[in-house]
Structures are given as C-alpha cells and as structure tokens.
Design a protein around this ligand. Structure first.
Ligand code: WQD
Length: 338
C-alpha cells in the first residue's frame, strides 16, 4: 500500500481528496498547520471511510518542520494543497504569501530530491491565465501577469516545478483548478471559510442559513449574458477524483513529460445569477441579495477546455451545478446543527 503525503489535507479540497485516496486504497498522511482548517475533519474523514488518516501538525514553510514529516513517515508520493489562498488578503500581505507558499513547495521538493520521492501532484489554478483572450481556455493558452500575489505564487510554483523536474528525477502534474464548490454527499466535510467568506458559494449558503444578512453581487454591468461574471464551477468531489487519476498516472509512469498541466473544470461557464438561481431551486429558498459595485481583480469570464484532461487523464467532471449547490446547502445545514 503506497503512502501519500497530503499537505493541507485538513482543508476543503484536501479533505475531499483524502477521502478519495483512502477509498482508492492509498494510506494517507496529512500534514497541516490548521491555520485555515479544523482538526475535527480527521474524525469526519474516518466516519466516511472507516480509516483515520495519519496526521502531523507542522508549518511546512519551516524547513525543520517539513523535514520532520519525512523523518517520521515513509512517503511514496505527495499531493500539495498547502498554501495561503485568499486573493484579496494576498494584496495586503504579499511577503507572507510569497514566503509561505513558495517555502512550502521548495521544502517539499528538497525532501523529495534527497529521499528519492519522485511523484507530486500540485495544486495550481486557473488564476494563472488572468483575463483570457479566448474561451474556452486551453492548457497552452498564455498565462498573463498575475493580478495578485496569490495568483503570482501559483505562476511561480509552476515555473519552479518546470526547472526542478529538468534537474531531478521528480515527475509532477499541476492541476489548474477552476472554481471548486459543493461538499461531500455525507455532509460531514465541506468548505469551512475562516471569518467572512471571500468566495461566492459559502457566502450564499451562510446568507440562506441566516449567518449573513445578504449577498452582494459584485457587479451586473459586465459584458456577459446577464451582466454578472462567469466562472467554471466544479464539484469538489469531481476535483478530488482528478487528483487520484493524476497520481495514478505518475505512479504508472504514463505521464508524457516530467511536468504536465491539466485544466480541471467542467467546461461550462455559469454566471453569478445562474448560481443563485440554481441555489434557490435546489434549496427551495429565496436568497436575499442585492447588486453592488464590481470587485477589483475579478476576471469577466473564464471556463475550461477540458479535452486534454478527458483524453490523457480519462477524467471528466460528472456533477451538475444543481448537485453542487444542493450539496453546499446540505453541508451548511449540517454545520448549523453542530
Ligand atoms: C466567483 C464570482 C465574484 C463573492 C476563486 C478563488 C481563487 C481561485 C479561483 C483557486 C465572482 C462573485 C463572490 C461575493 C460575488 N481558486 N462574488 N459576491 O474570484 O473566481 O476565485 O477561484 O485557486 O482562490 O478565490 O471565486 O467565489 O470569489 O467569486 O458576487 O460575495 O462570484 O465577483 O464573479 P473567484 P469567488
């Protein structure tokens, strides 16, 4: 049984990926500093899979703490989620974002090189594309100058990987996520934003449950079908499954290059109002929202060309927008019962 280190594995996408890893027969070690996640997630994962993942609380951006993980566990492969990820916050604290996100990756790669661990799936983002020139966006579409330090760390991470794989035996797959939303069907794990949510879906469910007064839609004067921004929303479980497929590809040495990139989206673009409409239908509630000013840094529209992932990974997102919004609502209701 192979042992996979999942950094940031107590987080939203990480915890869903741990469930899929365990259900695919992998042994899992979670390394997390619990900065943006909750230790309770481990028990919830065990309730879903019957297996509690190994856990070590470390700050992976600190070299000694990162090394300790590899001195403690015999790791065969890595899935790296650990990073600060709030776009707006990164603009007000760029140094912390660069130090944290880059040191984590560099510490992991250093341990991989020294210990002959040759497989890593890395969390990247559609943010690397900036405002697309044409849609749907392909992996070879040009990346644009980042609009935030957060987005820049995602671009820098891809560049670091591109050089490191040339100088070592490390093989990497960078998955460029679009907009992950929703929650596991058990409603035992889901998105748990600290404080006021930055992202649309948790703000919608927290408004509907009464934790927030109203949702503000950031602008309805964009050149789109209904004036609101368009994104490629993908169910977090579909996204989690893509990580297993990517990891298997590396272990089976099927990757065509030492570093591969894949867009992990659904290939469909939905507007903010589409998401609100879907949520109102699946939750059978009327959402309290108003139109407000645009948010700085928002791209107008982006959605993925997913043919590369379908062809080479044999992976395709399965869940519909309604399944995403319903699962997010079930999770919010479960949270409110705690
Ligand atoms: C989606 C749409 C907002 C909140 C996210 C992550 C980023 C990256 C990419 C992974 C936009 C609108 C939002 C609100 C709103 N993920 N909105 N009112 O900006 O696409 O970026 O995915 O790497 O880390 O942040 O997602 O959910 O913030 O916004 O109208 O209260 O919803 O303007 O059009 P975004 P988001």
């Amino acid at each position: 049984m192979k042992t996979i280190l999942v950094t940031g594995g107590a987080g939203f996408i990480g915890s869903h990926t741990v469930v899929e890893l365990q259900q695919s027969g992998y042994d899992v070690v979670i390394a997390d500093n619990l900065y943006n996640s909750d230790i309770e997630v481990l028990d919830k994962i065990e309730e879903i899979t019957g297996k509690k993942p190994h856990f070590i609380k470390v700050d992976l951006s600190k070299t000694k703490e990162c090394n300790l993980v590899f001195e403690t566990y015999n790791i065969d492969g890595i899935i790296n989620f650990a990073a600060f990820k709030a776009v707006g916050e990164s603009c007000s604290m760029p140094i912390e974002y660069y130090k944290n996100n880059m040191n984590i990756l560099l510490n992991l790669l250093d341990n991989m090189k020294r210990r002959d661990i040759n497989y890593i799936v890395h969390s990247s983002s559609c943010t690397v594309y900036g405002e697309p020139d044409s849609l749907p966006i392909k992996e070879e579409s040009p990346t644009k100058k980042a609009e935030s330090p957060y987005g820049n760390t995602k671009q820098m991470a891809e560049e670091v990987l591109s050089f490191v794989v040339q100088a070592t035996d490390i093989n990497a797959i960078a998955l460029r996520y679009f907009n992950p939303i929703g929650a596991h069907s058990s409603a035992k794990i889901g998105e748990l934003p600290r404080g006021v949510p930055n992202n649309l879906m948790p703000f919608i469910t927290q408004t509907a449950i009464g934790k927030r007064k109203e949702l503000v839609v950031f602008g309805d004067d964009y050149p789109t079908k209904d004036g609101t921004c368009i994104r490629d929303y993908i169910h977090v479980v579909d996204l989690a499954k893509a990580h297993i497929v990517a990891l298997n590809r590396l272990f089976e040495n099927k990757n065509k290059k030492p570093l591969e990139f894949f867009n992990i989206g659904t290939g469909n673009g939905f507007s903010v109002l589409d998401v609100i409409k879907s949520f109102e239908k699946t939750s059978n509630t009327k959402l309290n929202y108003k139109i407000g000013p645009r948010r700085k840094g928002d791209v107008i529209e982006i959605w993925a060309d997913t043919s590369f992932a379908e062809k080479l990974l044999g992976w395709k997102a399965q869940k519909t927008l309604d399944e995403m919004t319903l699962s997010a609502w079930n999770w919010e209701k479960a949270l409110s019962k705690k």
